[in-house]
Design a protein around this ligand. Structure first.
Ligand SMILES: *Cc1c(COP(=O)(O)O)cnc(C)c1O
Length: 399
């Protein structure tokens, strides 16, 4: 049966054939990608990793080294975000703290950080989930005021901007991801962008990483071929059942390796970056159509976007009462539309994270409300033109 994937980036035959070939010969493609991402974030430098969580782990390790005060060992993350974020904090040997989020904006709420002593905090991490910019100027101002580093997590927000600045470029450093379901993808990959004295510390840690393994790169290329063929709605019903692609995983895991990115994959990703503006425009168009087609339906809450922000809409998150959500999800799945419940739990309810938290952080009403009410809808360029109508029909049938 035809099935619209929850998220994705169309990969063409030239992307794979030319991109991967150009990447394989010399370091030109990797250098080009580094330049693109550094300049995107208005930073001086960029480092490439096999995963976004590897990038974040090394970034936090470098921050710890650069921090003048060794008592700063805590990292504040959004109470509802990708589980890889607290996993990176814990892997870096630091202690997670949680900032509850405002369910309407999905942004960490710095005005509610009253229980946290900022003098023990090394860094605060934004989330920018689904490509929607957080209250980035406020988070940045809070970090500056308290001498805390800010890491702008743009793993889902490459192509989003706030005011004149691109997401990933706020604070002291940023990260991007090229995993499945991100704004552009080579099935795996991540980057740090940073400037100034921090760059020297990142350089030192990066120099210790082993080069990527050619066997691993070859396996990823094989998966990329399968993914690029089967992402089309006519075939996604097959691909979503292939366990080796690891689609739809949400379990907590802090056993990942911190490794460099393969230059062959960089050849593909630099080509995709060239198309980023087009991809973002297509997703924005699809998100707008979905919003318009659902706007008059009762019981649905839409995300509030800051006035000056332009989201990258890697998915469209909507919220509704839990019972309605279960019925809508069943209808959408039966209709072959890849809706998801996103991350199933607030971080304070993920056992591996909760065990590391002080009591004060274990009750996060905003994050829990989002976990119980969120549903994401697909916005990628493979969504057929009648997607919004079909989604509306599913909502009506479930109401
Ligand atoms: C995907 C993601 C990461 C981690 O990136 P990987 O490449 O999957 O390791 C970090 N933060 C957020 C918000 C993400 O969505």
């Amino acid at each position: 049966m035809s099935f619209i994937a929850p998220a994705g980036t169309p990969l063409t035959v030239p992307d794979l054939a030319l991109g991967l070939t150009q990447g394989a010969f010399g370091s030109g493609a990797a250098n080009r990608l580094r330049q693109q991402l550094a300049s995107h974030a208005a930073h001086q430098r960029c480092w490439l990793f096999s995963t976004g969580r590897g990038a974040m782990t090394l970034a936090l390790t470098a921050l710890r080294e650069v921090a003048a005060d060794p008592r700063r060992t805590q990292v504040i993350v959004a109470g509802y975000t990708c589980y890889s974020v607290p996993a990176s904090v814990i892997k870096a040997g630091l202690a997670p703290r949680l900032a509850d989020i405002d369910p309407r904006t999905l942004s960490p709420d710095v005005s509610r950080l009253n229980d946290i002593d900022p003098t023990r905090v090394l860094a605060i991490v934004s989330a920018n989930l689904y490509g929607i910019p957080n209250a980035l100027p406020l988070i940045e101002a809070w970090a500056r005021q308290h001498g805390v580093f800010m890491l702008d997590d743009a793993a889902q927000a490459l192509g989003a901007s706030y005011g004149a600045r691109n997401v990933g470029g706020f604070g002291d450093l940023g990260i991007y991801s090229f995993d499945k379901g991100k704004n552009i993808t080579s099935l795996e990959g991540g980057a740090i962008v940073a400037s100034g004295p921090l760059a020297a510390a990142i350089d030192r840690h990066f120099a210790n990483l082993r080069p990527s393994s050619p066997v691993h790169t070859a396996a990823t290329i094989a998966k990329l071929v399968v993914y690029s063929l089967l992402l089309r709605p006519s075939l996604y019903g097959v691909v979503q059942k292939l366990p080796f692609l690891g689609l739809g995983r949400t379990a907590y895991d802090d056993t990942f390796p911190v490794e460099r990115y393969g230059r062959t994959l960089a050849g593909l990703t630099t080509r995709l970056y060239d198309r980023l503006a087009k991809l973002t425009a297509a997703r924005t168009n699809n998100a707008t159509r979905l919003l318009e087609s659902l706007r008059d339906l009762p019981g649905i809450r839409f995300p509030q976007v800051p006035d000056d922000a332009r989201p990258a809409w890697v998915r469209l998150p909507v919220r509704m009462d839990k019972n309605l959500r279960d019925r809508v999800l069943a209808k959408l799945q039966a209709a072959g539309i890849g809706a998801t419940l996103s991350y199933p739990q607030a971080l304070c309810d993920v056992a591996e994270v909760a065990s590391q938290l002080p009591q004060a952080d274990r009750n996060q009403p905003g994050a829990r409300e989002v976990a119980d009410t969120i549903l994401t809808l697909p916005t990628h360029p493979y969504c057929p033109p009648d997607t919004a109508e079909r989604v509306r029909a599913c909502f009506l049938a479930a109401s």
